[in-house]
Write a protein of this length. Structure first.
Length: 429
């Protein structure tokens, strides 16, 4: 048994750990098991009594230079892909905010990025999967065993263990991004800017979630396009390290408010145009090793929700007002626009606005998040399973309409009593 936790450092459990060297070693897998990649899930979705670490299943199998189709094992990380393929002129079509996740984890969470409104989720560029269920490897795609494919993409590892995947990479001629940063004085302004720049490939806004009144939701909107000229390099600079847990009291409403004010005001001009390396644009936090330690030994959680576009402005205002009133500010608050969702059973995105908020764990936080749940549900939104650590079964089943179809699929393949996580038990799967 080994002590295990998540990237958010909550909860802590004792688990049996195995790290197979090949998919053939999965034949004798136990019950009550879940796969785990590089441990970047924020909540309890990759925690269970028995955990299979997949990051040793990390081999590239084939690559088609004409189509950009990469076939690899599920334990390959996005970092591995970038290191090997950026110098050859290829990039990920969709990437989350860290490159230290596995392909299997990206598919199980159906991750999205700053370009969902243009390019959808990671799974939208996946052509086929191989899944191990009770020791048997099954191939699936949109044409073959399509129900298993659409349940596995976004299925949080509850349909079996993803062992291999084939997906498409994006051709690039430079590893740099042409960036435009625009100051927005409040939420109304930033939503108008999102609409004005809806054709930008990449768009994301940092929000000051403690600002109030006419400044409610003041933001910095960051837009990006792949540069046409420049070197194809994978490194920009060295990595800093957070050597130990910060004292919890250092992160409070006053320090967060001071940071937010400084961060917003550091850009003097209303608009800034520059060219930066993809590392700085997509993965700013990857530049700090063990950055989760900044939240102290008790850890943190990320609360990420989506609200349909037609209710977005009203819903976001209500949520930002509730957070400002609580004085439990978020050190990191990121707003993005989603395009239309896909047909995967448990995929998170739907057309609208998604806001991700990091909160230090304390004895008052869950009451605030329960309050935010009510607002999200009121506006017919949902919470991202990959970030969740405390959503109720009622909230989950009210906001993910295809959960019953998902359960029928799991039962069909015999996965319902074998692949379980702390999260799946909590939300009734």
């Amino acid at each position: 048994m080994k002590k295990m936790t998540s990237w958010g450092k909550y909860p802590h459990i004792d688990a049996n750990i195995s790290a197979p060297l090949s998919s053939h070693m999965l034949a004798n897998e136990k019950r009550n098991i879940i796969a785990r990649g590089l441990g970047r899930s924020y909540g309890d979705s990759a925690l269970s009594e028995n955990i299979i670490i997949s990051n040793r299943l990390n081999h590239f199998i084939s690559f088609d230079e004409n189509t950009g189709q990469l076939h690899c094992e599920a334990g390959v990380s996005l970092h591995d892909i970038l290191m090997n393929f950026v110098p050859k002129g290829w990039f990920l079509y969709v990437t989350p905010g860290t490159k230290f996740v596995t392909v299997g984890g990206a598919i199980a969470s159906d991750v999205h990025g700053k370009n969902h409104h243009i390019d959808g989720c990671f799974s939208d560029h996946v052509t086929s999967l191989t899944i191990c269920i009770q020791g048997e490897e099954i191939s699936c795609s949109r044409e073959e065993n399509s129900d298993l494919f659409h349940a596995t993409c976004g299925g949080m590892g509850l349909t079996g263990i993803i062992t291999k995947a084939t997906f498409k990479l994006r051709p690039i001629t430079s590893s740099y991004i042409n960036q435009k940063v625009i100051k927005a004085k409040n939420l109304d302004t930033v939503l108008e800017l999102f609409e004005q720049y809806r054709d930008a490939t990449y768009s994301v806004a940092w929000i000051d979630c403690l600002s109030t009144g006419s400044n409610l939701g003041r933001s910095l909107l960051m837009l990006g396009e792949h540069a046409c000229k420049g070197e194809l390099t994978t490194h920009k600079s060295g990595v800093l390290n957070m050597p130990c847990d910060m004292p919890s009291f250092l992160l409070n409403k006053y320090t967060i408010q001071a940071f937010n004010s400084a961060y917003y005001n550091k850009q003097v001009k209303e608009e800034l145009n520059n060219t930066i390396h993809y590392d700085s644009f997509f993965y700013p936090l990857d530049g700090i090793s063990n950055w989760n330690r900044m939240y102290g030994k008790n850890g943190f959680t990320q609360y990420q929700f989506v609200i349909p576009k037609e209710a977005g402005k009203e819903g976001l205002k209500e949520i930002l007002e509730a957070i400002a009133e609580s004085k439990q500010g978020s050190f990191l608050a990121v707003l993005k626009v989603f395009g239309k969702g896909n047909i995967n059973y448990l995929s998170f995105p739907l057309e609208g606005y998604t806001l991700a908020l990091d909160f230090k764990l304390n004895n008052k936080l869950f009451a605030l998040l329960d309050r935010l749940d009510l607002i999200v549900r009121k506006y017919k939104g949902r919470i991202y399973l990959s970030k969740d650590v405390r959503m109720s079964e009622e909230m989950f089943k009210a906001s993910y309409p295809h959960w019953k179809k998902f359960q029928v699929l799991r039962k069909k393949y015999g996965a319902d009593e074998r692949y379980l996580s702390l999260q799946s038990k909590r939300i009734g799967l």
